[in-house]
Structure formats: C-alpha cells, structure tokens
Design a protein around this ligand. Sequence first.
Ligand code: FES
Ligand code: FES
Length: 186
Amino acid sequence: MATQRVRIRRSTPPFNPSEAPEEPEELLEITLRVNGTEHDLEVPGRRLLSDALRHDLGLTGTHVGCEHGVCGACTVLVDGRPSRSCLMFAATAQGHEITTVEGLARPDGTLGPVQQAFVECHGLQCGFCTPGFLTTITAYLEENPDPTQEEAREAIAGNLCRCTGYQNIVRSVCRAAELRREGEQQ
Ligand code: FES
Ligand code: FES
C-alpha cells in the first residue's frame, strides 16, 4: 500500500495563548510518520510530540494528563516501543515510526485484540487513561505473548488510572493475549 503524505503548512498556536512568545518563534520543517502516514509540518523546536499529534495532526486519541512523564496517558509507540509523548520533542520524533491509539485498529477498521479485550473485560470507565494502556500493552504482548496475572500487573505498573482499580485492566491484558493467540491460529 502506498504511503500517504499530508502537508500542514503551519503549526497551530500553542494550546494556552497566554504562553505565546512575544516574538514569533522560528519554525522547523519536520516530517512525522504516524500510523503509516507521513505528515510535513512546521513547528517550533520546543513543540512536544504530544501537542503535535493532538493539535497539529488532530490525533486526539493521545491524551495528556500530567505532562511530566508520570501518568502514562500520552504513551505512543516509537518504533514499537512505548514512549511518553509529553517528554519528547516533535522534531526528535523525525525518522521514527510513531503509532498512536488510532493506529491500533486492524487494517479493516475493526478493533485490535487489546482494544477488543478492554471492551470485553470492562477495562475502562472514563477512558482518559485508556490510550496509554492500549499502546503500552500492545508493545508488551509483542515481548511476552502469554503473561501471568502477576506479569500483566507489572506490565501496566507505569500507567495511572483513576477509575478502574486495575483489576479489569489486568484481566484485559490476559484476554488480549488470548485473542492474539487465537488470531495467530486462524
Ligand atoms: S501526560 Fe505524559 S506521562 Fe502524563
Ligand atoms: S478509566 Fe478513567 S482514568 Fe482510567
């Protein structure tokens, strides 16, 4: 399938207009490859990857909770590895393959195994933390396709959820592993 290319001429203003610098900032021309599509955009050097994804590319599935690397809500995959997009500059993400929660569905648009497992096991309530869990667990199951409950709990230890008590998220990890294995057998 041919790679899509999208051009965005100018970065949107900072989220909080009161933070706008008095002098216009120099903009960098960068290309981000996100969920298989290349996006050309102009951003200030200090533009965070999380803001570029949400505000410049409109991929609002990546959530921003703490902006300090603590909560994990902003986790995306960078070359398949979970990374806090609030701790990374958009410019440094160039040349890497970024996968956001929007990229976790199957090619036909149906839910991927981790998404499906969260639905089945009631792994979310408000859903704010969910994109970070989904990306983290997707990467984890690549490394450990058959985790125990204990291992599943450890795998999600870096992500914070204020709603679910984690029990159903742990069940979701184990169910997602099952769904992946079933998918491989088909
Ligand atoms: S918003 Fe990035 S870790 Fe909390
Ligand atoms: S489902 Fe609400 S914060 Fe996790």
